[in-house]
Design a binder for this molecule. Structure first.
Ligand code: CMC
Length: 429
């Protein structure tokens, strides 16, 4: 199985041959598992150079700006496919035939409604609760409702749970929004596409019967597609780790949602909108650019730069076009917030500081603007991200559970606490 080996000289004078695997894309991987038997651990906080699993789902090359789902580029998928087709691809490994796609969509539609008792569950929350707080709770609570698909060792159960999650998370996400606004819940409409149905559940009113605008439906679908998976990031790794103990899929996805909630992960597009509001007017941009360039000022232009994509973010390239289409459709080019965004994009792309550091707008810059133009409030942005990423989490969880030699995840540590010492009775302390 190993393609070659790496020799490691240990501090105790022994040397050990470690197998090296050659992946289909990306860096070679050294298998360090034998080190434990030699009395050594490796130290890698934040998993900067550690592959925690083998996966066939998503590949990223940050240097070249490549993102592939099952080998297909994100640009081609965003242009020529749609979100439910991407769901099929992520889950099964291949693009569906026309018939397979129809059957897949029918199956999702079969599961879009949530148990009526879940409606009353919402009443326990304050109306001003953060929608992510409600999402963590209601997705976790699904394990209390769907007992007939909780056996993770049964492939049929796993598949049913996967469909339930992909189909019901949009319903729950829209319910979070409606509950927080005090609007009545809207039932799913199965004659609509996945993304159209979501926008309908978000915005439709019993008093009038407007269907979502096709340009907005397409933009929503693209946002879902671009966020569907991103390899072994924090929330996906959380789902895998939770699932490795045998926890049910609803509990694992709730754990993923909790991890996504953090501002360092799913909260960047919300932060970008906050910054645009703070800048407020095009005339104030130079002041904020000065702050961003100033080494002594912690301010950064939110929505610019990326940890992994160091030349360009392929998702941002796709989102840029959609962003302009949406602003056009919503007649929002004159809105001061979007004027700030467009001027900032232009100035930063021409500014020496940003060019020399390869800081260009990332996917969150454009997705924040699009979501805001559609009328989605900032506190729902991370919920939308969670909705889109559910299929990625479920695919990665399924892949892990199907591994024949799957084991519980159990990282080790570099212990720097007290050595063993004798208990001191209370009177002697
Ligand atoms: N504004 C101003 N200067 C910046 C920015 C920025 N947004 N980002 C990086 N820099 C500067 C940084 O000060 C440094 O300058 P110098 O070389 O003079 O010291 C240089 O660029 C390199 O920065 P870095 O901190 O080494 O880059 P990083 O890879 O550690 O950080 C980042 C990546 C995304 C955390 C950072 O660019 C940033 O904070 N961006 C704003 C937040 C944001 O938009 N995050 C969303 C990313 S997309 C989310 C996703 O894919 O899930």
């Amino acid at each position: 199985m190993a393609d070659e080996s790496a020799k490691l000289l240990l501090p105790n004078g022994n040397s050990i041959d470690l197998p090296v695997y050659r992946p289909s894309e990306g860096f070679d991987v050294i298998d360090i598992r034998a080190l434990g038997k030699e009395g050594y651990f490796t130290y890698d906080p934040g998993f900067m150079a550690t592959a925690a699993c083998e996966s066939k789902i998503t590949y990223i090359d940050g240097g070249k700006g490549i993102l592939l789902y099952r080998g297909y580029s994100i640009e081609e998928l965003a242009d020529q496919s749609d979100f439910t087709e991407v769901c099929y691809l992520l889950l099964t490994g291949n693009l569906p035939s026309e018939q397979e796609k129809q059957e897949f969509n029918d199956k999702i539609n079969n599961h879009t409604m949530v148990h009526e008792q879940i409606h009353t569950f919402f009443n326990g929350f304050r109306r001003d609760a953060h929608p992510m707080a409600i999402m963590v709770a209601v997705v976790g609570a699904m394990s209390a409702f769907y007992h007939d698909s909780l056996d993770i060792n049964d492939p049929e159960h796993r598949s049913t749970s996967a469909f339930r999650l992909i189909a019901k998370v949009p319903t729950l996400a829209a319910m979070c929004y409606r509950y927080c606004c005090g609007h009545p819940f809207v039932h799913p409409r199965n004659e609509m596409s996945y993304s159209e149905n979501f926008l309908n559940m978000m915005f439709s009113m019993p008093s009038h019967d407007d269907k979502p605008d096709p340009v907005l439906v397409k933009a929503m679908d693209r946002i879902f597609t671009l966020h569907a998976d991103h390899e072994q990031n924090a929330s996906t790794s959380t789902v895998r780790l939770a699932g490795s103990s045998g926890a049910n899929p609803f509990a694992c996805i709730a754990a993923g949602i909790a991890s996504l909630w953090g501002p360092a992960h799913g909260g960047a597009n919300e932060a970008c909108l906050n910054m645009l509001e703070e800048i407020g007017h095009v005339d104030n941009i130079p002041e904020y650019l000065d702050k961003a360039r100033d080494k002594n000022d912690p301010f950064r232009l939110m929505g610019f730069g990326h940890r992994v994509y160091k030349n360009f973010d392929p998702r941002a390239t796709v989102m840029r076009t959609t962003c302009h289409e949406v602003l056009e459709t919503m007649n929002a080019h004159d809105d001061p917030l979007f004027q700030v965004a467009l001027a900032l994009e232009k100035i930063a792309l021409e500014d020496e500081y940003f060019i020399s550091r390869k800081l260009y707008p990332n996917v969150d810059f454009y997705s924040g603007i699009i979501l805001s133009a559609i009328g989605i409030p900032k506190n729902m942005f991370t919920v939308i991200f969670a909705l889109a990423r559910t299929v990625g989490w479920v695919s990665q969880w399924s892949e892990m559970i199907s591994e024949p030699d799957q084991r519980i995840g159990r990282p080790r540590q570099l212990y720097t606490g007290e050595k063993q010492r004798t208990f001191v009775p209370m009177e002697d302390r």
